[in-house]
Each structure stands twice: as C-alpha cells, then as structure tokens.
Design a protein around this ligand. Sequence first.
Ligand SMILES: Cc1cc2nc3c(=O)[nH]c(=O)nc-3n(C[C@H](O)[C@H](O)[C@H](O)COP(=O)(O)OP(=O)(O)OC[C@H]3O[C@@H](n4cnc5c(N)ncnc54)[C@H](O)[C@@H]3O)c2cc1C
Ligand code: FES
Ligand code: FES
Length: 526
Amino acid sequence: MLCLMKTQALQFLRQGQVITLPAIATDRTLLQVLREDLHCTGTKEGCNEGDCGACTVVLGEAVNGQLHIRAVNSCIKLAHSVQGQAVWTVEDIASTPGAGVSSLSAKVGIEGTAIRLHPAQAALVACHGSQCGFCTPGFVMSLFALYHTHPGQPASRAQAQQALSGNLCRCTGYRPILDAAQLMHALPPIALDETALLSKLEQQRQETYRLEADLAYKLPKTLPQLLQMRAQLPQAQLVAGCTDVGLWVTKQHRQLDSVIDLCQVDELRRVEDYPHHIAIGAAVNLNDAFAALVAQWPQLAEFAHRFAGLPVRNSGTLGGNVANGSPIGDSMPLLIAQGASVVLMAWRKVADKAEGKAEGKYRIVHRELRLEDLYTGYRSNVMAPDEVLAWIKVPKPSTRAGAGSLRVYKISKRFEDDISAVCLALDIAVANGIVQQASIGVGGVAATPVRARKTEAALIGQPWTQAAVQQAAHALRDEFSPISDMRASADYRRTVLGNLLQRYWLECQGQHAADLRLLQPVKIAT
Ligand SMILES: Cc1cc2nc3c(=O)[nH]c(=O)nc-3n(C[C@H](O)[C@H](O)[C@H](O)COP(=O)(O)OP(=O)(O)OC[C@H]3O[C@@H](n4cnc5c(N)ncnc54)[C@H](O)[C@@H]3O)c2cc1C
Ligand code: FES
Ligand code: FES
C-alpha cells in the first residue's frame, strides 16, 4: 500500500530565479501560494472561479524549443501544475534602471529609486485605464501576455478584445484599457531574454523530473507513465487544465489528497494531422485545439472565441471538456455533429496469444468509440477507473461521407466568458434538393450532450425546403425534455432549438441575421 504525502516541494522560476517551496499541499491553488506563502498580494482574488480575471498571471514553458507564453487564472490553477515553469505576476514585470528599457517609458519613484514600468503598465497609466485598481493587475498581466506573444506587432482592436476576454472591469473602464492594449507596442520596446529563460526552463525540467512513488501530486511526462499511474492509483484525481476541478476545490472545498496531472505528457500535447482526420491529444489546451479545428473549418472561429475567455482556454483542455461531460459543455455538440470519436487508453495485463502464454504482459490497450456513446447519464460515462481519454479524433471535412455545411450556434447570456443555455451544431448534406445526411449535436437539453437522432431521421430523404425544415424544427423541439434553470426556461430552450434549425436553413440559402455589432449609428436630423 502506497503512503502518499499530502505536501511536497514546489519549484518554479520567477524573475529568472528558482523559487523553492518545501511543503505545498496537493490541493493549494497558485493564487494561494503567491499571496499566502510568497506574500505577493499584487495578484488579486475576485471571484475565485475563473470568471473575473483579477488573479491573472502569466506562465512560460519550453515547447519544442520555443518559449510558450500564456495568461491563466491563478485562482483555479493547482500550484503544483506550474512545477518547473516560469511564472510572472504583476510584481515581476517592471524593470529596475539599467535593465535595458528606454527612459521614454513611464517612471515611478519607489523609495527613492525609479522603476521602469513594462509597456503594458505604462500604456495603462497613459490611457487612464485603471479606476478601482482591483482588477488592474489582471488586465496588466493579460496585456503583458499579448505584448510578448505578438512581439513588435501593434494589436488590432479585435486582438485586444480577445486578449482581455477573461478580464472584467465592473466600472466600465474598457475603452481606455483597450486603448492601452493598442498603445503599448508604440512605447519603447522591452524584450524577454528567451535564450536564457529557455535554458533555465530546460534545467528545471531535468531537475524536477521526479516520479517518486510517495509523491501525492504526480506529473507524468510520458503516456506509459501516465497509464501506469492511473492503473496503480485509480482513486487519485486525474486533472488536465483544472478549469472544472479548480472550482471543486475553491467553491465546494473538496480536498484532493492524490492528483495525477496529465498536462506534461509529451505524446498528449500534440495535434496530429492524418489524411482523413486530425487527432487532438488530451493535454492540448482549448485554444490550440480550437485553432486546429478552425484551420479545417474557418466558420468555427467565432464559436471558438466564445468558449469561456482566453485564460480559461489557455488552461482548460478539449479532453477535459469532453471527459467532464457537462450537459452544457460547448465542444461536445460540435464534435458530435462532426462525427468525432474518442480514444480511451489503459495499462493492462493482456494474455500474449502469439507466445501461447496464459499469464500475459502489461501493455497499453485502447478502444475507440463515437463521442456520443461515451456518456451514460448526468456526468457519468463508460470510462473504467484505469482508463484515460487520450485522443479526440475528428474526421476532416473533405473526407467525411455525406459531409455538408457545418455550423454551430451558442445561445448564452453574455457573448463571451459564459456557458451556453443551448448549443446546436448541424452538419447537413443536400444533393439534388434532397437531404442526404444529417448530423446534429445538441447541448443544454438533456442530462448529457446528445445527438438528435429523431430529427436527423425526420430530415434525411426529405426535400431541403422551408416547409420540410419547419416540420423538422417541430421534431427537434419535441425530441428532448430540457429543464428550466437560471440559464433559461425549458420552453425557451425548446423554442430556440427549432428556431436555430430554421436559421441554419436560411443561412444555407444565403440569408444572414443582422449582426448588431456591424450596425453604424445613424444621426437623425432634428
Ligand atoms: C470561467 C469559466 C468559463 C467557462 N466557460 C465554458 C464555456 O464557455 N463552455 C464550456 O463548455 N465550458 C466552459 N467552462 C468549463 C471548462 O473550462 C471546461 O469544461 C474545460 O474544457 C475542462 O477542461 P480541463 O482540462 O480544465 O479539465 P479538468 O478541470 O482538469 O478536469 C475536468 C474533469 O475531466 C476529467 N478529465 C480531464 N481530462 C481527462 C482525460 N484526459 N481523461 C479522463 N478524464 C479526464 C477530470 O478527471 C475531471 O473529472 C468554463 C469554466 C470556467 C472556469
Ligand atoms: S479571482 Fe476571478 S478569475 Fe480568479
Ligand atoms: S478598474 Fe477595476 S473594476 Fe474597473
């Protein structure tokens, strides 16, 4: 019987220095460690559930020899998940004199010395982008990530909005903050010393590459290690980006005594491109996973941006979204309509028939099933305790028999950083005016994400006409019995479903709903 220690050492880089904390409990968040152990209270706690962005910090990792920078919510990030990475907080980004920043950037005197603000900070000061100040550290860090992920390129308004999509300003100060995002690249530049940082990150990776049996927070680096740990510790909490699990800790006060974190498993960090499908590894974050989907289906770009906000997409994984199986999860209706499948893997003893030995050897076994067949009920699925969802396979548009026009509609109260009340994804193929194939995924209407099989049957073989689509819209409204909750009433959900099917038909005819964001105000003469 393994005896797991609930605390263990945590090491990461800050300001180029190695920070070592000898005994950090498995379920402490990065925000708690920053504020309570390192006394870095610049990073704020607002909602403690990934919604407001006040706790935003920036992480740096070496990925294929390149520095990979991303803004994340530290309130729902387990501290040990940043083992061996670089962490920047709002306290780390201003430089001291002589650090190579031109004197044109803003200067603020602190105890008689001058510090040079990072262009993200200087631009916020110049544009009056801070009012209450509580949310400001989070905005600064999202801007810092934008600055260093687009070096030397002025941000467009759309890029600025994307970068700040996970930050809330309750006093409506968005305009000056967006102005700052666009101004910062015009200020005297500052660059990260990537070479030095990459070498330190590599050193960290070597030093912190530990798999001792008694560690309670496990960070396997390879697929066999992950599967072996899962087989040995089926009761341990498997985590990926922790954007769901983090809330169980901060809001439900669940204790995680033993954790297996799959985010550093090399094999699962890849998106693989095959002639007929793409395979998205379970450790690929939502941002990169959606980028791979948008490369195949450009029409998904807006939907991709509407999934949570950027810091959540930078942490959360597509695998976690699918495995978590929330009935209002956004990616599953889409993946169902796309005909996606999941590959489950485990480390099991298998009799070697070829060698005629009954005893067998341990090896990786896998099975593949259609995504909609993963779920058995509300947040339950067919995965055995030793299984891991390893890959999501999505057939490419050109190679799928009968593939038509894929569209997805998300109905939520806010445009971004909000989960759907209803989500409908449709892929309907029409030839000679007759529906040949229909693939429809729905969220928000049942205990699990579902496939609308009755509606598909009602459409296939029918003429692709308004009258037939209206009939199918009735079938879609009748197919499910949604619940009423804070997001929407059951009636609303049913009504909207049918309406969305009719909207899909209209859009296929070349008609589009008015996009209110594109309307220009008209001056009325008085
Ligand atoms: C502010 C905010 C906004 C959000 N907005 C949206 C939204 O718009 N749409 C939406 O759909 N969701 C949204 N979410 C939910 C969340 O981001 C997603 O469900 C996310 O994809 C979960 O992935 P993760 O890697 O963080 O999973 P985790 O939290 O790490 O894990 C979730 C569950 O899945 C299991 N799991 C994870 N990976 C695997 C695997 N490979 N194999 C087996 N089991 C696994 C874990 O054990 C756990 O039970 C939001 C969350 C927050 C905090
Ligand atoms: S405190 Fe609100 S997102 Fe972390
Ligand atoms: S400046 Fe903090 S809420 Fe607007």
